[in-house]
Design a protein around this ligand. Structure first.
Ligand code: MUC
Ligand code: MG
Length: 387
């Protein structure tokens, strides 16, 4: 049934985190997301999210830039056009807009959410079909303090919330980082798997020494140890390491994935729709990993609930999910902007069964946390809205 896109909202929403989250490239105390809502002429509204980590500290796009790219360049292309389907709209956008993967992902998600709601199907069914109803979810320890991280992990294990932990390292000296990781692994023992994410902070020689030391400490995996451009280094490291090496920031879509697979420059891929350029593109990255016998992992940009559930709808279609997922973003935030929070249980996330993303925005909360201050400037009509 033909319909057209009538209106696109893009709102920057700032949500505080429950504690500082320290990475090698930045430390954040709030998460910033762009919430996108696509209003279609048949009354259907789809939503998506564009989140980055620490403004421009982590990637090439900022929340402000995502909003600008959608408002100024993408929305005029799709507004008022007779929408055949999301693929055709996104092909149009891609013909006119180079790069801007995070913004494209946010818009594509909103369009796909609208399609799936219109069909009355969970988004995962449009993305190939759901193979699992629950995704394993790890927790990232990144307070910057060893004792606090151990206490946090112990509490998570006792509560049955997580039993796999990722530690953010690379900010301190190698010796200090290894001492930090080893202390945590010693404290948790066999009760938990421990992995590290270096976020590109090492050079190859440091990475080689680090991999040996972390193997001795009982660590299972090292994520993106080298700068994203150092593919040769990643290849040599993967070949020589006894611990699995995962590519993350280096994977910006299917072409990178193919290159990594051909040269066997990683043992595992962190699949991220925003980095890949959308849910379709991320699905292709996963397919390449699968075909190349490379481990599959469901990554996060620390999205809020909308972006997280969009990723979950895709990851639920993966035949293999060797390293689980890190879809814990909403749990790091002090506020929930959905009418019903996501269901985290037994070290995992339970997929919703409703149409589209399967979640609804709590407009009171969105209004309260919108950066442009509608809580101050808009009165009335603050009702819960089923998006
Ligand atoms: C990344 O590099 O993986 C995921 C978890 C986390 O703490 O940071 C993100 C980004
Ligand atoms: Mg990473």
């Amino acid at each position: 049934m033909p319909f057209q896109i009538d209106k696109i909202d893009t709102w920057i929403v700032d949500i505080p985190t429950i504690r500082p989250h320290v990475l090698s490239v930045t430390a954040i105390s709030k998460q910033v997301m762009v919430i996108v809502r696509v209003h279609c002429s048949d009354g259907v509204i789809g939503m998506g999210e564009g989140s980055t980590i620490g403004g421009l500290s982590y990637g090439d796009e900022s929340p402000e830039g995502i909003k600008l790219a959608i408002d100024t360049y993408m929305a005029p292309l799709v507004l008022g056009t007779k929408a055949e389907n999301t693929a055709s709209l996104m092909a149009l956008v891609t013909r006119h807009v180079v790069g801007n993967h995070f913004a494209k992902n946010a818009l594509e998600t909103a369009l796909l959410d609208a399609d799936a709601r219109r069909c009355g199907l969970p988004l995962s069914e449009l993305l190939g079909g759901r193979l699992r109803d629950r995704l394993p979810v790890l927790w990232t320890l990144a307070s910057g303090d060893t004792a606090r991280d151990i206490a946090e992990a112990e509490a998570m294990i006792d509560a049955g919330r997580h039993d796999v932990f990722k530690l953010k390292i690379g900010k301190r000296s190698l010796a200090d980082d290894v001492a930090h990781v080893a202390a945590i692994k010693r404290a948790l023992g066999e009760r938990a798997s421990v992995r590290v994410d270096v976020n590109q902070a090492w050079d190859e020689q440091t990475a080689r020494r680090g991999a040996d030391m972390l193997a001795d400490a009982g660590v299972d995996l090292i994520e993106q140890p080298l700068p994203r451009a150092d593919r040769e280094g990643m290849r040599r490291l993967t070949e020589g390491s006894t611990i699995a090496i995962m590519a993350d920031e280096a994977l910006r879509g299917p072409h990178d994935a193919l290159d990594f697979a051909r040269s066997r420059s990683a043992d595992a891929f962190s699949i991220k729709p925003p980095q890949a350029g959308g849910l379709f593109a991320a699905g292709k990255v996963a397919a390449i990993a699968d075909a190349a016998h490379i481990g599959v992992y469901g990554g996060t940009m620390l999205e809020g609930s909308v972006g997280t559930i969009a990723c979950a709808q895709l990851y639920a279609t993966f035949a293999r999910l060797d390293w689980g997922t890190e879809l814990f973003g909403p749990l790091l935030q002090t506020e929930e902007i959905l009418t019903e929070p996501l269901a985290y249980r037994d070290c995992g996330l339970v997929l919703p069964t409703g149409p589209g993303l399967g979640v609804s925005l709590d407009m009171d909360k969105v209004v309260r946390f919108r950066r442009d201050g509608p809580a101050r400037t808009v009165v009335g009509a603050r009702t819960k809205e089923s998006a």
